[in-house]
Design a protein around this ligand. Sequence first.
Ligand SMILES: [Zn+2]
Length: 247
Amino acid sequence: MVFGKDGREIGILKRSIAVRKKILKQLTDIRPVKYVHCREKMIALTFDDGYEYTKEILEKLRHHHVKATFFMVGDWVEQEPALCRKVSEAGHEIGNHSYSHCDMTQLSRDDALVEIKRAQNLIGKITGKECTLVRFPYNKCNMALMGVVKEQGLQAIGCSFDSFDWTGIEAEMICKNVLESKKLKRGAIVLMHTNHYNTVEALDQLIPVLKRKGYQLVRVSDMLVKNRNKTDKELPVLLRVFRGEES
Ligand SMILES: [Zn+2]
């Protein structure tokens, strides 16, 4: 019989690793990712929808040398193909946010697939890049939707916390909501939107403070790629992360 360093039988050890890996795989299939377990001090700013102030947000991100992730709605992409291309060419990541921004939990499986595919095709055609991430409108999803996303080879992304910029609050308040959130930590995915000018203003205050706190501001997939090769020791942490619990 072979024993590992801690005295446990190797066979049992191997089996428990396999079981944990299986659980991890299942968890990522049933829940959108809310945090990414990171060694480096990284967070991802994400901007949903596309309407109204995408151009201004793009300019602020350029000014502050920051890359972000935009979850775009297909019908906006159809209206603003040049701007969508510009976002992609500036090095930002574009994710799929459905075609018509409906509550997808109310759709049949086939209609949900149409929503995803229509946005996917539009973004792919305009940017020449394939979307790998999807965020459901209103962050509402169910097992059936997770199944659709998995079939399409996409990763569902949720958020760690909301800046509540969509409520129309002042820029100072948006900053406060992000900077004072207990959920602001490495691997966090911050939810912001493109539909209020206050978000544009908030970035001038928010980005320098986040940088001073030592955070690298990156695209969601940068965090996912950097953390693809997990060691077994980290798996229990990952399990908590993918369940949406704080690490
Ligand atoms: Zn949205």
